[in-house]
Design a protein around this ligand. Structure first.
Ligand SMILES: Cc1cc2nc3c(=O)[nH]c(=O)nc-3n(C[C@H](O)[C@H](O)[C@H](O)COP(=O)(O)OP(=O)(O)OC[C@H]3O[C@@H](n4cnc5c(N)ncnc54)[C@H](O)[C@@H]3O)c2cc1C
Length: 544
């Protein structure tokens, strides 16, 4: 296990298995070497649908299409589940991050109803599929509790709780089962801090994400109309041909890094973020979020989901550890990608939060971070990509990517088959009305993104000698291009161009994950320069 302490030693193979030097708790029972292997694509192919990316969006869409009889080819740039799905925290919740009061302001009550309904569908769908395929993945239904971030002794607690009550009223008005319980204390909470009073939502769920997705993938692997190729990076996607008013036909051509072509009727970019210059990319913020897994005795705390009302809210769930303990997994402390450091402080904040509330908590065994994408109007972009006819995207998770993208499987499969889907309008990547309502926050986001180009004039280090072993920094020689320099534990130096291939932002060193993160649109690269997450398609180029 590459714990935080040993993360600096992580070799290049670590970044084929996952998007950082740290490991998520899921490898405790499902190590990377138990994952099914696939070969690299070495020929041209034709198929009905090509899916790019093997996370929740790719696997869920493949499942829906394969069961409907379509031929599906999935390609993955690294190993399967190496993206954010392998690093998630695994809440299956219809309690969306921004709340239904705010969602209704952007999308109307009808939109809020569609959001609630579609996320509940996803929660239930994971249960149905795991039962049907016999996947033992810790899937279980439970309550979710949202509590005030302020203790009862703080005068702000009262106002905060009023907002929770309003949210409960909104949820009830749109047909959800929600309740507010004055004085409710989460069973097992034995710390001195008193945050009683809670919003309670039933019919939520949790699971072991990698056990579930590997189970679905193993089933897919046995289907004659499915094939998967790993270490096969898409470098180009183009729709070719002419299609006007139902006349003529278009096909999609995908070109891989090795130069092979996949020709298909439809393509799905399930790459977490579409690999393109802007459009939906400009309508999202890119956040890093942090998680720890801490031992707690079995049956000490109610098996539930917990959230608080912080902006960068804490999120809590439980997963199996051994015969004596479970893991309490807590996440939160989000910040913009590449724009704020201090991972250890964030982990300490998460650990203190748990210890002050659950006094029997034991050791912290896993610490990791990951990336989430927040659309400016609080729901994901799922469906035909802007300006395209046969290319679909699923992006802008808003911290609820699991439910958004399990549901995307059905929505995209319906759209490909021409089946009307009532949720399509809400998630349409070309929607305008709700985006226009978000213009003020988009403008301030754009200004702050443009400000990140200031790194062009900065140098993290003056000399390679300045770098401690196991660290990186940007060397910005005057009048030359900035260089991303990494020095390994033995003192060997790797140099890559520090310019992100997407829109030429200067990358920042992420010390926790040993990666280069672009503060402009969130692309990330391993310490060797391998692209881990877009919108960049390719790796950092050689230092000029
Ligand atoms: C710490 C953390 C906690 C979270 N907790 C929750 C939660 O509790 N509940 C919830 O609903 N959501 C949660 N989320 C969000 C959710 O996990 C993500 O939104 C979701 O997993 C993203 O899935 P995906 O399939 O879109 O992308 P990914 O899982 O990232 O998969 C994309 C894949 O595409 C591949 N790829 C990229 N570029 C290319 C290319 N050019 N060619 C081929 N392949 C390529 C990548 O290698 C990757 O494997 C959390 C996220 C994080 C990071």
């Amino acid at each position: 296990m590459a714990t935080v302490a040993s993360a600096g030693m992580a070799g290049p193979e670590q970044f084929m298995a996952t998007s950082g030097a740290t490991d998520p708790v899921w490898v405790h029972t499902e190590p990377y070497n138990k994952r099914p292997q696939f070969s690299k694509l070495s020929q041209d192919l034709e198929t009905d649908v090509c899916i790019v990316g093997s996370g929740v969006a790719g696997i869920s869409t493949a499942y829906e299409l394969v069961t409907r009889g379509l031929n599906v080819v999935m390609i993955e740039a690294r190993d399967i589940l190496s993206g954010e799905t392998g690093r998630t925290s695994g809440h299956l919740s219809s309690m969306l991050s921004e709340g239904f009061t705010d969602i209704a302001k952007k999308h109307g009550d009808k939109g809020a109803i569609m959001a609630a309904e579609s996320h509940q569908y996803a929660i239930d769908r994971v249960g149905e599929i795991s039962k049907k395929l016999g996947i033992d993945c810790e899937y279980r239904k439970m309550n979710a509790y949202e509590i005030s971030k302020y203790p009862r002794s703080d005068p702000k607690h009262k106002d905060d709780v009023e907002e929770l009550k309003e949210e409960v009223a909104k949820m009830k008005a749109i047909g959800m089962t929600a309740d507010f319980k004055e004085g409710f204390a989460i069973p097992g909470w034995d710390g001195k801090i008193d945050q009683r009073d809670a919003m309670i939502i039933g019919n939520q769920a949790t699971f072991h994400p990698t056990k579930y997705f590997l189970g679905v993938l193993k089933w897919l692997k046995d289907q004659p109309n499915f094939s998967c190729y790993t270490h096969t990076r898409m470098m180009d996607l183009q729709e070719k041909g002419i299609e006007i008013m139902g006349m003529g036909s278009k096909e999609v051509k995908i070109t891989t890094e090795a130069g092979n072509t996949i020709t298909c009727k439809n393509a799905v970019e399930a790459t977490c973020i579409p690999l393109q210059k802007l459009s939906v990319v400009a309508e999202m913020e890119f956040m890093r979020t942090y998680c720890i897994a801490i031992r707690v005795p079995k049956n000490y705390i109610e098996d539930c989901l917990i959230y608080d009302t912080e902006d960068a809210y804490k999120y809590v769930r439980f997963t199996a550890c051994d015969s004596k303990d479970d893991y309490l997994v807590i996440g939160g402390c989000d910040h913009k990608v590449g724009q704020e450091g201090g991972a250890e402080d964030r982990f300490a904040e998460l650990e203190d939060w748990v210890r002050e509330r659950f006094t029997r908590a034991g050791s912290v065994d896993y610490k990791w971070s990951g990336q989430v994408f927040e659309s400016k109007d609080f729901v994901a972009f799922i469906g035909t990509n802007q300006g395209m006819k046969h290319t679909y995207v699923a992006t802008g998770d808003c911290g609820n990517g699991l439910t958004h993208y399990v549901m995307a499987g059905k929505l995209i499969a319906d759209e490909i088959q021409g089946v009307d889907n009532p949720w399509a309008k809400l998630y349409n990547p070309s929607r305008l009305a709700s985006i226009v309502k978000s213009l003020p926050s988009m403008i301030s986001h754009d200004l702050q993104i443009n400000a990140q180009y200031k790194r062009f004039l900065q140098s993290d280090i003056k000399d390679i000698e300045d770098l401690a072993p196991g660290t990186g920094g940007v060397l910005n020689p005057t009048l030359k291009m900035p260089i991303a320099v990494y020095k390994d534990e033995q003192g060997n130096v790797t140099k890559r161009s520090a310019l992100c291939p997407h829109l030429k932002g200067v990358v920042c060193w992420n010390h926790l994950e040993k990666s280069w993160d672009c503060p402009v649109h969130g692309s990330r690269f391993s310490k060797e320069g391998i692209c881990l997450i877009g919108p960049s398609k390719g790796n950092l180029s050689a230092a000029g």
